[in-house]
Design a protein around this ligand. Sequence first.
Ligand SMILES: [Zn+2]
Length: 116
Amino acid sequence: MQDDLRAELIKQFPAEAVEMTESTGKKYYACPTCKRAITLGETRCSGCSQALSWDHIRHEEAAKGTKTATLSFEVGGDFIKGDCRKCPLSYIAKENSENVYECPLKMRANCKLEIS
Ligand SMILES: [Zn+2]
């Protein structure tokens, strides 16, 4: 059986809804499969169509704080830190009706890339 078909079949069996507690103490219900917010009593997740059960609601704490993500990518041999024009992440934006290379991470003047 194909994996995606198997996953769809498994979703037909009700899974217990999860009550998430945010670090602020706010509580909400989430789909156990895709973690999207769901409404109390919903029988099916509108996001991933997981069948839901509310008999034994699970309790989980939402992840706290922040994490660090690291991404490695190739740049040209002549690339130097802060050279947004040659950076593959940059995109062209308008600033005072002029085209500028904008950084999606807002690091233009403070480039944190590590070149090796
Ligand atoms: Zn879902």
